[in-house]
Write a protein that binds this ligand. Sequence first.
Ligand SMILES: [Fe+2]
Ligand SMILES: [Fe+2]
Length: 157
Amino acid sequence: MAANLLGKIARLARSLHASRARPDDAFAARFLQGGEGVVYLAMDPRDREHACRVARTLLTVRPDAPPHLVAAALLHDCGKSTRPYRVAERVLAGLVPMRFAARLPVGFVQVRARHARLGASMLQAVNARPEVIRLVERHHTPDDGDARLLHDLDDLE
Ligand SMILES: [Fe+2]
Ligand SMILES: [Fe+2]
């Protein structure tokens, strides 16, 4: 519990500057196809670092995870790149429960509320794999075991 909290504080401190993020883009590239890689690289380095952590945890708990599931872990928050990364906005948006966020007419809260759908649209536009698109769209509203696993691993962050 304390280690978890310390981890969160360390990540928050690192999130103040994009230059402090250390996404493992070479690791990510092994699982991304065509336009998926372009969408991944358009993400803020802090979101890429988070995504790589989720993908690595996925491979730890499920070493036989299919490549499309790892790709979805890497891309699950790509919809957030529709808005520049601002630390204060991210912290504030995180305080608003998802079920209320959709009704709050504030740009950054809306992006958080809609990022799964936005991400799915971005991936559709680059002809990403259908399973990757589906998992990204469902990562906050899981409708099967794989989407649920993504959701749970994301929640550990
Ligand atoms: Fe998300
Ligand atoms: Fe996430």
